[in-house]
Write a new protein. Structure first.
Lengths: 288, 326, 281
């Protein structure tokens, strides 16, 4: 109870601010409409009207909630109108990208820590790679992968997601693998430990807290990558595609519902990653 | 055993169909703007011709011209200005059919901005789409003698997103709309028609040809590909005429093909109704006079024309002649 | 085809030189440190050029680096205008506001256990959201110009930095905190002398991640409406016009700007967290 109370207080505060903002932002439109119609409205009339607009500037929480409920539970989850279905499509892309990102991030970090030449030549470019706006590369990834005979846009989505998610893993792993200080390294040397043993017994365990801390960021980055990949590269399916359609057809409710569905998906992913992290820490005997 | 037979049957069908695969890249997301192709597919018109057509929806980051250059599609739906500009860039696109006879592009302004005629555009902010759709606008402005680089006495150009918000939020005096889509979103948003002033490109004499079918010139030299395209155009036009005549049914077919599930019946039915007005009167054959008007309009851009020289061989009637002959 | 083989040959040779350089004494010197990545970058460019020329890739799919370089030289004024709009007006103010707000919020939460228990789970959750989806909404709210881009950047960078900062404030060890307590240090003394310095590696980790998010945010936001300049505008417009050389020129500028930004943060980090083991290799 003592843990839930602060969170609930903060959430209640957010909802209150949200309602107030919705009234304030949507009121402009009501006043404009009244002016165009040549009538005047009082605040008592304005407030109810700000709660039920079809295309509000900021939909109030209950409107988003209703749309989200309809999307999640209003139909069979296999229907393409179901947000569950689209969340699943996005989830698949996210997982593919996440897996690819972890593998490439960890391998690259190991190579960078081990080989000085890799560190010197690749690390700066790995950083630079992140500064390339991936959205600009998206159409090129699609064109090139279709030329290579890879059908479907799942893969290009996963590549974009991996491109964003490998970096936090790489940065944290390099930091983590280097985190043992000289005294610890010296100690292992006095034990006569070889390079492999140092890596397995000291560097790898030492890097684990960094690794798991980066996973949360990486899975979130992967989700962002997937949605960015769905948004502009042919709105076919997935939450990103729904956001685009919502934006294009001036249906803010669809957009907000997709955004919250993405939030729920992100929350679930974080929970799972957090659970794995705790389990791994416990197994490795790292004090939390 | 039964499963095995089914599988064998499916494989046979697949191999037969794959004889004439056609990949069509659309210019934008699945919507009634492309109803003819979806109808032709749903009603089996492509199948009757022995074609296996894959329709690839577009999106804000997908340039059909680039997709076809990369071999990702056999035929694309594109606007003539963008296709001609691509041709000048060295991508030899050829128009093989023109299902859209007229242009649906407009500039929609709020009356309260004080705009009553195109001469009032000076010093106003206008919303325009880019990504290859800006050419008709730019050539119109240069014909009006209005600078678009933000200098005084010219117009301020905004790259508008995919919706009509800039007009509703009064960030722009006018925005680009299509008769079949954005215009109705403005109306839906609660602004009445008499609060708006609309300039159709068609009425201003600056219309350019919109959705046409384009293929690569070197591929068209192959008689087998030509034959496939004849079938494709014939079936597509059959689809278009069916869609025109049965607009509500066509809208529902489009809706079924929308994989995002976010499109609404209301929007699509209305869009189909407006689209039918644009395809009316076209049997698929390109009106050469209209194409030449498009070229003239694009070249008349004063200091900054969209294309610098009249294209040669940018369209052919070879396909439609054969497709319509039977 | 010869171009391709020449390029591959160059690549192998350069890699051998790099291996030798990294092992030699030269790599301990400043120029040596710079030479290795530059050589590596050059091999990538040569390989790219060789691929494009050797395989005859169409310029509308992938232009050769030499073509892109020529484009950069010709279009410098346009590129500068785009850079000023997107980076100087959109990304950097957004980053500074977002990072500053996150830093202060972390300290505010730290002071109040109630807020910490309430805000931290919420903040953690929001940090994981695909905030980039807010871009169209924020463009609708803040208009077309750089303000909406900065707003997207603020929201994108705020939570990653906040989460890292809060984790960092808890990074000091129990024994160290107890030591401060036995010395009779006040809360603020403990914060400034122990816990803030201990939080710095985490903060910079967050700042680095946020620096790349800032660029993505500013560019994606331009997709949903912008004036007729800016890097996101240029990219999306030129893709539509098949001006791929200009697209890559803009990408190059973005990469350069992003690297400079990241490099700046790294330099500051070196100065601030010189004591951390990761800085001592």
């Amino acid at each position: 109870m003592s843990r839930a109370l602060p969170v609930l207080t903060v959430l209640a505060g957010i909802v209150a601010i949200w309602y107030a903002a919705a009234v304030w932002m949507n009121a402009t439109w009501v006043f404009d409409q009244a002016e165009r119609a040549g009538t005047t409205v009082t605040w008592g009339e304005v407030i109810p009207q700000t709660m039920t607009q079809d295309r509000p500037l900021l939909p109030p929480p209950h409107q988003v909630g209703a749309e989200l409920w309809k999307g999640l539970f209003g139909q069979a989850i296999t229907s393409k109108r179901s947000l569950v279905y689209h969340a699943y499509v996005t989830f698949k892309g996210t997982m593919m990208g996440f897996g690819l990102g972890i593998i490439s991030g960890v391998l690259l970090a190991m190579a960078i820590v081990r080989f000085r030449v890799m560190d010197m030549s690749v690390m700066p470019w790995a950083i630079i790679s992140q500064t390339v706006p991936i959205v600009a590369l998206a159409p090129m990834i699609i064109t090139l992968s279709s030329q290579l005979g890879l059908e479907g846009r799942d893969l290009s989505k996963a590549i974009i997601a991996a491109y964003l998610s490998f970096f936090p893993v790489l940065v944290s792993m390099v930091k983590g693998l280097r985190s043992p200080d000289q005294m610890q390294l010296d100690l292992l040397r006095t034990y006569g430990a070889g390079e492999m043993a140092t890596f397995l017994k000291l560097r790898l365990p030492a890097s684990m807290p960094y690794f798991f801390a980066s996973l949360k960021v990486a899975v979130a980055a992967s989700l962002v990558g997937t949605i960015v990949g769905e948004l502009p590269t042919g709105a076919i399916e997935g939450l990103g595609a729904r956001m685009l359609i919502g934006s294009q057809f001036g249906e803010p409710l669809i957009m907000w519902a997709a955004l919250f569905a993405a939030a729920i998906l992100a929350g679930l992913l974080i929970l799972v990653v957090g659970f794995v992290e705790r389990a791994a820490r416990k197994r490795m005997g790292v004090p939390s | 055993m039964k499963k095995l037979i089914t599988a064998a049957f499916l494989a046979a069908v697949a191999s037969q169909a794959s004889a004439e695969d056609v990949k069509l890249q659309l210019k934008w997301v699945t919507q009634a703007q492309f109803a003819g192709y979806y109808v032709a597919q749903a009603k089996g018109f492509y199948e009757e011709e022995g074609l296996n057509v894959t329709i690839l929806p577009g999106g804000p980051d997908i340039a059909p011209t680039q997709v076809i250059a990369g071999g990702g599609a056999d035929v694309i739906v594109e606007w003539m200005p963008a296709a001609l500009a691509a041709r000048e860039k060295g991508l030899p696109l050829v128009n093989i059919a023109q299902p859209f006879a007229s242009s649906g592009m407009m500039l929609t302004c709020l009356k309260e901005s004080g705009i009553t005629s195109p001469t009032d555009f000076a010093d106003k902010t206008l919303g325009v789409w880019f990504f290859g759709n800006e050419y008709p606008f730019l050539s119109w402005m240069s014909q009006l003698g209005l600078a678009t680089d933000g200098s005084a006495g010219g117009v301020t150009v905004l790259k508008q997103g995919f919706n009509v918000d800039p007009l509703l939020q009064k960030q722009a005096a006018c925005i680009s709309t299509m008769t079949y889509n954005e215009y109705w979103q403005v109306i839906d948003a609660g602004i009445t028609e008499d609060q708006l002033v609309t300039f159709k490109y068609e009425d201003q004499g600056v219309a350019t040809l919109e959705d046409g079918l384009y293929v690569l010139e070197d591929k068209l030299a192959d008689p087998a590909f030509q034959e496939t395209m004849v079938k494709f155009v014939r079936a597509s036009m059959k689809g278009w005429k069916y869609a025109e005549a049965n607009s509500d049914e066509a809208a529902m077919i489009v809706l079924e093909n929308d994989q995002t599930g976010a499109q609404t019946e209301n929007h699509q039915k209305r869009m189909m109704g407006e689209i039918a007005k644009l395809t009316a009167g076209s049997n698929g054959a390109l009106d050469v006079a209209a194409a030449e008007r498009t070229v003239a309009s694009l070249m008349s851009g004063g200091s900054d024309p969209v294309i610098t020289k009249a294209p040669e061989g940018a369209w052919t009637s070879a396909i439609t002649d054969k497709a319509l002959a039977q | 085809m010869t171009a391709l083989w020449l390029a591959i040959g160059f690549w192998l040779a350069a890699w051998a030189v790099n291996v030798w350089l990294a092992g030699s004494r030269l790599s301990r010197t400043g120029p040596g440190r710079a030479l290795v990545p530059l050589l590596f970058g050059a091999t990538v460019l040569v390989l790219w050029e060789g691929l494009v020329r050797g395989l005859g890739v169409a310029p509308v799919i992938l232009p050769a680096p030499s073509v892109i370089a020529a484009k950069i030289a010709v279009e410098l004024p346009t590129l500068w205008q785009d850079f000023a709009q997107t980076i100087l007006k959109g990304a950097i103010p957004g980053f500074l506001i977002g990072a500053g707000a996150a830093f202060l919020t972390a300290i505010a939460i730290d002071r109040s256990p109630f807020l910490q228990r309430g805000l931290l789970p919420v903040g953690n959750f929001v940090a994981a959201l695909p905030i980039v989806g807010l871009a169209p909404i924020l463009v609708m709210w803040f208009g077309f110009d750089w303000q909406s881009k900065a707003a997207v950047v603020v929201v994108m960078v705020f939570f990653p930095i906040l989460v890292n900062m809060v984790a960092g404030l808890q990074a000091s060890e129990r024994m160290q905190r107890d030591l401060m307590a036995t010395w009779g240090a006040s809360y603020w003394q403990g914060l400034f002398k122990l816990r803030l310095p201990a939080a710095m590696p985490f903060l910079f980790n967050g700042l680095k991640i946020a620096s790349t998010l800032a660029l993505i945010g500013a560019i994606v936001a331009e997709f949903f409406g912008s004036p007729v300049y800016g890097m996101g505008f240029r990219i999306s417009t030129e893709v539509g016009r098949l001006g791929l050389d200009m697209v890559w020129a803009t990408i190059a500028v973005a990469a350069l700007a992003g690297s400079a930004f990241y490099g700046l943060i790294t330099l500051i980090e070196r100065g601030v967290t010189f004591w951390h083991p990761s800085q001592r290799h």
